[in-house]
Design a binder for this molecule. Structure first.
Ligand code: FMN
Length: 292
């Protein structure tokens, strides 16, 4: 299916985009108006855009239903400060509650049962329960349109971070496994980041990787090796040479057993290499693939 966004109704457009551009981190924004009324609301149109200077952007959009603006937007235009609380699994149900359209002036900290903790550099309070809090100064608000659904980019500089000791590793850095982030997808879908779904991808080589186009043709066109397998093999600086010291019984057995059937032999060798790649043993996989 191919769709042109201009042919869709605004709600349909939002639906396709939010399911595809996901998961999105959640900025749980605490803001304040000139009278000192506090507001707390979640925004998943949010991300980090620069680390020097440290800039985050989130977007309170005009309501699709009636084209009204959100209290958060009105507040940052009055008092250009925001405490961004990072959402984790322990707080997701209460967080969702704060997205109700409470009347202006309603304190969602109270409504959702969160504890307001004074910030140190800005007026809006932080969410005590949140494990990472960012004290931010709003630099600019960029309005993207006047129709319902139009975003308003709140561009903010992070001045200070508060990080719970409980999510730090021994090196005083955030341990990704300890901060059980939640993120928003399409419709009512959320996801939770924990050890069962975290995985690491080795950064491409500091020196240039050889690339998939430089892999031998039989590897590149393998019926067994997947795109991920080829990506791993291609992330080496030089095509590894056959190491005469590499001895492997399983490879020997494959070569002996399938000596009369080269096609089947290649399939078996590739299956073995794939298993090694899945264990992160790229060097060994290369030796298996080049050693028969
Ligand atoms: C997880 C989550 C993410 C949301 N993300 C956004 C968003 O990025 N932009 C937006 O305009 N509304 C978003 N909403 C809806 C707002 O939170 C909701 O309209 C809220 O009532 C706005 O509150 P306010 O008027 O007090 O600022 C989100 C809601 C939830 C539950």
């Amino acid at each position: 299916m191919i769709i042109d966004l201009k042919d869709l109704k605004p709600a349909e457009r939002q639906n396709y985009l939010q399911h595809a551009i996901a998961p999105r981190p959640i900025c749980f924004a605490s803001t304040i108006d000139k009278q000192g009324n506090v507001n707390l609301s979640p925004f998943s149109f949010f991300n980090l855009f620069s680390s020097e200077p440290p800039i985050v952007i989130f977007s309170p959009a005009r309501r699709l239903r009636d084209n009204t603006t959100k209290h958060t937007l009105e507040n940052v235009l009055e008092v250009p400060e925001v405490a961004i609380n990072i959402a984790d699994y322990d707080m997701v149900q209460q967080l969702s509650l704060t997205s109700c359209e409470f009347a202006k002036g309603t304190n969602e900290f109270v409504k959702a049962g969160f504890t307001a903790e004074p910030a140190t550099l800005i007026a809006p309070p932080m969410v005590k329960e949140s494990k990472v809090k960012l004290e931010c100064k709003v630099l600019e608000v960029k309005t993207l349109g006047t129709q319902g659904g139009a975003g308003n980019l709140v561009i903010a500089e992070v001045l200070r971070m508060h990080i719970a000791d409980s999510i730090l590793g021994e090196d005083n850095r955030i341990d990704q496994r300890k901060l059980q982030l939640v993120a928003r997808l399409g419709g009512n879908w959320y996801c939770k980041v924990d050890e069962s779904n975290l995985f690491e991808v080795e950064k491409p080589h500091v020196q240039l990787a050889i690339g998939v186009d430089a892999l031998p043709e039989n590897i590149r066109t393998s019926k067994v090796l997947t795109g991920n397998d080829l990506g791993r093999l291609a992330n080496v600086h030089d095509t590894p040479l056959v190491d005469p010291a590499f001895q492997d019984d399983r490879l020997k057995n494959i070569v002996q057993y399938f000596s009369l059937d080269p096609e089947e032999m290649e399939k078996e060798v590739h299956t073995y290499a794939k298993e090694l790649l899945n264990k992160g043993l790229v060097k060994e996989a290369w030796q298996v693939l080049s050693g028969y």
